[in-house]
Design a protein around this ligand. Structure first.
Ligand code: NDP
Ligand code: 2IT
Length: 451
């Protein structure tokens, strides 16, 4: 990066940090993008004059609200609700809702910012948003989750709509929560529209939406592997998380011939050297989605596996790593361990799971590394397909949706190659995804004037 560009980046970041004090995840997400797109912006003075990037980091709207509810003991509980409507240049706001105790405004803003670029990469007309609450469904009864969702939607409903803002799931928000949120939305609005995605299959949900993020990440990984003449066949894969994304990433990787040896949750990870099978994975589906249990229970059922409390899976030897839990779950030491153990492909299913130091290690070692905004875009892309099906009042078969998903992931990969190939031939997927995502949104913003 030349001196002038470096100065622009440093000044930009100093101003962002001054304006958004303490929001470290938001600073991290913006910094990564600014580093990638600054050289492009320097080449096109109109982007600087129009302050496109300065406008992009300022959310179009931030909604914060009280979510009061009563627990099963009759005690009043108060949580905080958020919806960050980041950018609507290329379509209605679109992005998931996260229910987790760790949710803060900084996390909502980083996720909404990432979503803007990710949605642009999908080739579908969707702006960027994210929402959520510091409420954690873990340990709550169905009735408590329902009352919470109803209270949350009793405020959110006035800010969303099929052509305005279309939420979906994320951490802590799956089929059950989307159902309760949709039920309350419909009751308040008295209309049945596609205002949420990830709906049940018999009431407007797209086929393959539950599978889409994990499957899409595997399709993206297949494209990456193919650039080195490889495939999933016979490879050992470490996956973190045991939720929606991890489960379907494991299923697809396994069906493509890989041996998946780890899954995790926030308490620890399990290592099964013999690898997952359909039977073992069915146990995980039932454990996590119906009984809502912990991954430690896996080793009780399958003694071939070991459980490591309070640890992450990255010290296990693997060829391919797929972080599918949460942000900053691969730190510098984890990255070093992965590379030293021979891991040559890291495909992110989660949003921003690798710290900047970890990314530097992957890229300096010239291994295949894709950021979540490229490789986990299959989830929101299939949400976009759900919106289309709702608009035309039709539902497509799994095969039709899968064909769209495949094409979209392969188009995103091609965009990364186009904008991210370095002079020595190394594909910098971070740079490629950031620039490709940026161009479309930036040009739409310029064409729509100063709004
Ligand atoms: P789920 O709630 O289904 O699963 C989350 C998993 O990650 C659980 O195993 C959970 O463990 C673990 N986890 C959550 N928070 C932490 C934490 N702070 N530390 C360690 N482990 C944690 O969520 P999803 O599978 O939907 O989401 C996983 C990731 O994928 C997130 O980064 C999300 O933003 C991203 N993503 C999701 C998409 C989707 O369609 N659902 C689309 C694109 C990205 P525990 O049970 O202990 O909390
Ligand atoms: O991070 C994400 O892309 C999601 N949680 C999915 C969002 C969506 O609207 O389907």
């Amino acid at each position: 990066m030349d001196k002038q560009t470096r100065q622009y980046v440093d000044k930009f970041m100093a101003e962002l940090i001054r304006k958004n004090p303490g929001e470290k995840e938001f600073h991290q997400a913006v910094s990564e993008v600014v580093e990638s797109v600054a050289p492009y912006i320097m080449k096109y003075p109109y982007l600087r004059e129009q302050k496109v990037l300065e406008r992009m980091v300022e959310p179009e709207r931030v909604i914060m609200f009280r979510v009061p509810w009563v627990d099963d003991q009759g005690e009043v509980q108060i949580n905080r609700g958020f919806r960050v409507q980041m950018n609507s240049a290329i379509g209605p706001y679109k992005g998931g809702i996260r229910f987790h105790a760790s949710v803060t405004l900084s996390i909502m803003k980083f996720l909404a910012f990432e979503q803007t670029f990710k949605n642009s990469l999908t080739t579908l007309p969707m702006g960027g948003a994210k929402g959520g609450s510091d409420f954690s469904p873990r340990g709550k009864s169905d009735a408590e989750v329902m009352r919470f969702c109803q209270s949350f939607m009793s405020e959110l409903f006035r800010h969303i709509g099929a052509d305005t803002d279309v939420p979906a799931g994320d951490i802590g928000v799956g089929g059950r929560e989307v159902g309760y949120l949709f039920g309350q939305y419909k009751r308040l609005r008295d209309e049945f529209t596609g205002t949420l995605t990830g709906k049940g299959q018999y009431w407007g949900g797209s086929r393959l939406r539950p599978e889409a993020t994990g499957y899409g990440a595997c399709y993206f990984a297949q494209e990456m592997l193919a650039t080195r003449g490889k495939s999933f066949e016979g490879q050992t894969v470490c996956i973190s998380g045991a939720g929606n994304v991890a489960q379907y990433a494991a299923q697809k990787a396994m069906r493509l011939g890989a041996k998946v040896v780890t899954l995790s949750d926030s308490d620890g990870f399990m290592y099964d050297p013999e690898g997952l099978t359909e039977e073992k994975l069915n146990f995980v589906f039932e454990l996590k989605n119906i009984r809502r249990g912990r991954i430690s229970e896996y080793v009780k059922r399958f003694p071939s596996a070991q459980y490591f409390a309070s640890e992450r899976p990255w010290r296990i030897k693997c060829d391919i790593a797929m972080p599918c839990a949460t942000q900053n779950e691969i730190e510098k030491d984890d990255a070093e361990r992965l590379v030293n153990n021979g891991c040559y492909c890291v495909t992110e299913g989660a949003n921003m799971p690798s710290t900047p130091e970890a990314i530097a290690i992957f890229q300096n070692a010239k291994i295949l590394y894709s950021p979540g905004k490229a490789s986990n875009a299959g989830g929101v892309a299939t949400s976009g397909l759900e919106m289309t099906q709702n608009s035309i009042r039709q539902s497509w078969t799994s095969e039709e949706v899968d064909a769209h998903l495949h094409r979209i992931m392969s188009d995103i990969h091609a965009a990364c190659i186009k904008y991210g190939t370095e002079e020595d031939g190394y594909i910098n997927y971070v740079k490629g995804a950031n620039i490709a995502g940026f161009i479309k949104v930036a040009n739409a913003m310029v064409e729509q004037g100063i709004v």
